[in-house]
Write a protein that binds this ligand. Structure first.
Ligand code: FAD
Ligand code: SF4
Ligand code: SF4
Ligand code: SF4
Length: 371
């Protein structure tokens, strides 16, 4: 008689993700565990989640399947989203900006993400959006914004440090927004947008593929490009300040494009190459193969656009509808000079080269792990 093949479980997640040192501590497995009510697993104080009571595990495999560091559903997602090498499906690439100056003033790049969220809210297409609120450099928290003001407050990466920088034991630029999803549901008929990095949007797509509630309320996935996120302790924080000769107290804005860009209050701008800050990055990010957020409805980044503009890649029909809607209704604008075919080709080439670079980094990391 053939042996019964059980679905994967948390045990396998420990073996295939935690033990390899590539858990990103996103909290997805704990938040969406089928044994949530009787509690099988829980977050640790630091490090990957752990068993709370192994006997409560239902061996359903959900934690394994939705983890962004496992790849069982990759082929299904690629098929569903019409994936093409190397930056996925897309119908348009552009360089645009928010029309509203209040949005542009504090935005990370051109404020297009915020302008589109405001458009969705004002047209009653969403009840709110999961975004992240600024607390200080390398420190944000997940937040469900339900007003235009809250969306604008969550935009950008300028910091009001007039009350001084809060000293933390741990700094982490990764925000576990996925865990917020379960907490915002007040009605099954809600419509929300989620802003997320590729790993977060991928988890949502996996949940939608498996019909895991409440992923069905996510009607709009707003993806950010992402090369790396950072996680470090107080000691590394001091080392970072010393290495690049600045103080967190003097940081006015952080941005990530081709490099990490730290703007200081005195007007000085530090352009730091990613390879010089690898020691401050989250180990999980080196095992991540995606840069341009291929499963989002629309993806956004600074790469390829001049200051004050956001590079925008429209991917799905939903993405096309909201981009065109926001453009038509005057929430966003495209600069004719930046949207010539030559400029668009240059933009595209940059995104493709970053996508390829990231994939090669992933391959190198996995090769090292399995040696
Ligand atoms: C961690 C991270 C890494 C990135 N890496 C790159 C990169 O390598 N190259 C590149 O070109 N672009 C990168 N980006 C994207 C870029 O920084 C801008 O977010 C993007 O261009 C949109 O700009 P905007 O002015 O239109 O957005 P805004 O209008 O300023 O809105 C930004 C939105 O993102 C939300 N947000 C901010 N931080 C996070 C977070 N950590 N997790 C979830 N949501 C968040 C905000 O709450 C806000 O809703 C990265 C973004 C993040 C958050
Ligand atoms: S990456 Fe997220 S989902 Fe995967 S094991 Fe770690 S916390 Fe769980
Ligand atoms: S019950 Fe399911 S989701 Fe929860 S730990 Fe066990 S296998 Fe994972
Ligand atoms: S590099 Fe990958 S794992 Fe790290 S935050 Fe970005 S998308 Fe997530």
């Amino acid at each position: 008689m053939s042996e019964e093949v059980l679905p994967k479980s948390f045990e396998d997640l420990i073996k295939d993700v935690h033990d390899l040192g590539i858990c990103g501590e996103c909290g997805g497995c704990v938040s969406f565990c089928s044994a949530d009510e009787i509690k099988a697993i829980e977050m640790s104080e630091s490090g990957p989640p752990k068993y709370f009571n192994k006997d409560n595990c239902l061996h359903c495999g959900i934690c394994y399947l939705i983890c962004p560091q496992t790849h069982v559903l990759d082929d299904e997602l690629k098929k569903k989203f019409n994936y093409k090498i190397s930056i996925g499906n897309y119908s348009k690439i552009s360089s645009s900006q928010a029309k509203n100056e209040d949005i542009r003033k504090d935005a990370t790049d051109g404020g297009v993400v915020t302008a589109i969220l405001v458009y969705l809210l004002e047209k009653n297409l969403i009840n709110g959006a999961i975004v992240s609120k600024k607390q200080g450099p390398f420190n944000r928290i997940a937040f469900f914004a339900t007003t235009k003001e809250e969306l604008i407050e969550a935009s950008g990466s300028h910091f009001d440090l007039s009350h001084g920088v809060v000293r933390l034991e741990h700094y982490n630029s990764f925000v576990p927004t996925i865990t917020k999803l379960k907490k915002v549901v007040s009605s099954d008929t809600m419509n929300i947008a989620v802003v997320g990095t590729p790993c977060q949007i991928m988890s949502i797509r996996k949940m939608q593929e498996l019909s895991i509630l409440p992923a069905h309320i996510v009607k709009y996935t707003i993806g950010l490009f992402c090369n790396l996120n950072f996680a470090f302790d107080e000691e590394a924080h001091k080392k970072l300040e010393k290495k690049f000769d600045f103080s967190f107290d003097d940081v006015e804005k952080l941005n990530i494009k081709e490099n990490l860009i730290i703007s200081l209050k005195n007007g000085k701008i530090l352009n730091i190459d990613f390879k010089d800050i690898h020691e401050f990055a989250r180990p999980a990010c080196f095992a991540c193969k995606e840069f341009s957020n291929v499963y989002a409805d629309i993806s956004f980044g600074g790469l390829g656009s001049p200051d004050g503009y956001t590079t925008t890649i429209v991917r799905t029909n939903i993405g096309r509808k909201i981009y065109n809607g926001a453009l038509k209704e005057g929430y966003i604008q495209e600069s004719p000079d930046l949207n010539t075919s030559i400029k668009k080709s240059e933009m595209l080439a940059k995104v493709i080269s970053f996508e390829k670079r990231k994939y090669n980094r992933y391959r190198k990391t996995m090769k090292k792990i399995y040696i």
